[in-house]
Design a protein around this ligand. Structure first.
Ligand SMILES: O=c1ccn([C@@H]2O[C@H](COP(=O)(O)O)[C@@H](O)[C@H]2O)c(=O)[nH]1
Length: 230
């Protein structure tokens, strides 16, 4: 069976747990995601541990955000690990995004538009007045112009972003919660089925899977539900 277009966020406190979660979910999902918690604790060694022997794709979610020269150096440093996807913050601007794209030519650079944990009230407080859609679309357009071929946005904005950037750009959505699941610190959320129906290419799902007593079964259940819905 084709693995589901899900990236499981391995936000684990230690390497053993992350490797165990990765082994349990990889029969069911296309991708595993390593973020700041694991990478800052273990560095590049974490990559081999979670990749294991499987051919699972690795998404390195470091959300780089600095001046172009620094981001280019950081992207070059992690490109050796051959992640399939590496994130940068779109708010770093076009020159920074382009620097990452040029420094890591074999890795897909995904620009994070507006974090899915932010409400419209939060956005107003940081000076981004108006609907989240507007800021997300602006950041999406500038990121693609700068060479990003993937974008991270909430599932609520997928339709608007697709209309803005067209086909051929990978839309990645965290903020995904199965119906009835706790939203935790996520603010702009939708179900996996809705995110996919609206045109997301890759759904990032962490705690609804890794917080389950059986992460393998939780991943399999969401994958089966996506197959039924499509
Ligand atoms: O806007 C963003 C960008 C990245 N993330 C990351 O996705 C996962 C979500 O985990 P859950 O447990 O499903 O909430 C996490 O690793 C975040 O760092 C995001 O949530 N929003």
């Amino acid at each position: 069976m084709t693995p589901a277009p899900i990236a499981v966020a391995l936000d684990a406190p230690d390497l053993e747990t992350a490797a165990r979660w990765a082994a349990l979910v990889t029969p069911h999902v296309s991708t595993v995601k390593v973020g700041l918690e694991l990478y800052l604790r273990y560095g590049p060694d974490v990559i081999a541990s979670v990749r294991g022997a499987s051919g699972v794709r690795l998404f390195l979610d470091l959300k780089l955000h600095d001046i172009p020269n620094t981001v280019a150096g950081a992207a070059r440093a992690v490109a050796r690990l051959r992640p399939s996807i590496l994130t940068v913050h779109a708010a770093g601007g076009p020159a920074m995004i382009r620097a990452a794209v040029e420094a890591a030519p074999h890795t897909q650079i995904a620009a994070v538009t507006i974090l899915t944990s932010l409400t419209e009230d939060d956005l107003g407080r940081i000076g981004l007045l108006g609907p989240a859609d507007d800021a997300v679309r602006r950041l999406a357009a500038l990121s693609v112009e700068a060479g990003a071929t993937a974008l991270v946005c909430s599932p609520n904005e997928v339709r608007a972003v697709r209309a803005e950037v067209g086909e051929g750009i990978t839309l990645i959505t965290p903020g995904v919660r199965p119906a009835g699941a706790a939203t935790q610190d996520q603010a702009r959320v939708a179900t996996p089925e809705q995110a996919l129906a609206d045109g997301a290419d890759l759904l990032v799902i962490g705690r609804p899977i890794t917080g389950s007593p059986d992460p393998g079964a939780a991943a399999a259940a969401i994958a089966a539900s996506l197959r039924r819905a499509s």
